[in-house]
Write a protein of this length. Structure first.
Length: 76
């Protein structure tokens, strides 16, 4: 179950407290400790092709769009 689906169901269960408690116990998203699923782009939410140096935390596509605003220059 994706995070988006989890929050959608969570809104529906607000009226039913006991079912909400059981749902949280059995269906909460897995907490990631390692791997690609741990790091997401802070701009678009994409998992792969992630740039972490200098604390950027962006995927490469978002980095290319915002590089000049951040202060990076192209060498060639």
């Amino acid at each position: 179950m994706t995070i988006k689906e989890f929050t959608k169901v969570f809104k529906q269960l607000d009226a039913k407290k006991s079912k909400k408690k059981k749902f949280l116990k059995h269906n909460s998203p897995k907490i990631r400790t390692t791997g690609i699923g741990l790091r997401r782009c802070r701009r678009c939410g994409r998992f792969g092709a992630h740039i972490r140096c200098y604390g950027i935390q962006m995927c490469r596509m978002c980095f290319r769009e915002d590089a000049k605003k951040i202060g990076f220059k192209k060498f060639s």
